[in-house]
Structure formats: C-alpha cells, structure tokens
Write a protein that binds this ligand. Structure first.
Ligand SMILES: [Zn+2]
Length: 191
C-alpha cells in the first residue's frame, strides 16, 4: 500500500472541522469562550474536562486521561482504529480517495463526494434532498434495519413508500463549513 503523503495528513488535520466531526457523532458541546468543552468519553468524567480549540483544530483532555490530538487521534480513540485506518476514513470525507486504491492520489484521478445538497435549491427540493440523504443512510445501516426488524417493522414497501430514514447527523458534517461561501448559503437555507 502506498505511504500516506504528509500533505494528505496535513490536509485532514486542517480541513476537517473537529467540532463538526464531534457533533456529527452525537456529542453535546458547550461553548467555552473561543473553545468548546464536553464530557471526556475516554475516562469517567463528571465535569466537562475535554476542550476543543477550533483555532488550532485540536482537542485535549484536562482531566484524568490527558489524551489529546487532532481529528486523526479523535477518530482513532472513538472508533478504536489505527492511525492509518483513521486517515482512510477521514480521507473519504475530503474526497481524496482515488478510484484505484493502490495508486497514490494525484490531481487528475481525485474524485469528490457529491455534495448531499445542491446549492440554490428551493425549500421543497432541499427537503427532498435531506429525506433522500437519510433514506440512503438508512439503507446503508444494517444495524438500524435490524432494529426495525426487532420491532416487527421490516417491510420493504413501507420503507420505500414512507422513505424511512436514519438521521445520524452525518449530513451536517458533509456540508461545507459556514465560513465558506457555499456552506453559508446551504446552511442558511430555510426548509
Ligand atoms: Zn479524559
């Protein structure tokens, strides 16, 4: 397997917002001046000792475990994966993965994830795109389908007709950030 280029690692650390990543995993963040705090998931934390600093895109636990790092260490810790695998997961979100996984990424072969929402969509279209997005998420989540099955609700026609979805909060993570023009427009869309 090709070695991960340092510039790819730098891009992951710089361009993937740690705050959005953590929020997309369902953690509740408290605003703390310019920083955010949350209960550290890596030790028994009664106070919110884990601090995220958007300015540096880094996190650090001030409590018992003293863990910290970039988005990469965050994914390693929360998903229990290696450095390399964490980078691969995050690379997908940057759109850096090429079609031929054995080739080092080059400009010409870079594929981008299609943004889940189109810019300039009217509210009906935007709503439909959100429903479709989470409907696809649902179809890609065997654990959620298993849950429905356990409740006796597994029924292909029901799922299709009512477009059952799994809102796992990943949509926000996939949209451009507010401080970029495209992100501000998309996020400002009223549905
Ligand atoms: Zn901790």
């Amino acid at each position: 397997m090709a070695r991960l280029a340092d510039e790819v690692i730098e891009r992951i650390k710089r361009d993937i917002s740690l705050v959005r990543l953590v929020e997309s995993q369902g953690y509740a963040l408290k605003k703390h001046g310019k920083d955010y705090s949350l209960s550290c998931p890596f030790h028994d934390d009664k106070t919110a000792s884990l601090i995220i600093t958007p300015a540096t895109n880094l996190w650090h636990c001030m409590g018992a475990c003293q863990k910290g790092g970039s988005v990469i260490e965050w994914v390693m810790q929360t998903q229990g994966v290696s450095f390399r695998f964490a980078c691969e997961l995050l690379q997908k979100d940057l759109g850096l993965i090429t079609e031929a996984p054995n080739k080092a990424p080059t400009k010409n072969t870079t594929t981008k994830l299609t943004p889940p929402l189109a810019a300039n969509a009217d509210s009906q279209t935007a709503l439909k795109q959100v429903i479709d997005y989470y409907h696809d998420t649902f179809k890609q989540s065997p654990e959620v389908q298993e849950y429905l099955r356990s409740r006796g609700l597994e029924h292909a026609e029901l799922i299709e007709r009512f477009k059952l979805g799994f809102a796992n909060r990943t949509l926000g993570y996939r949209l451009p950030e507010k401080n970029r023009k495209a992100g501000a427009e998309l996020r400002g869309t009223k549905i």
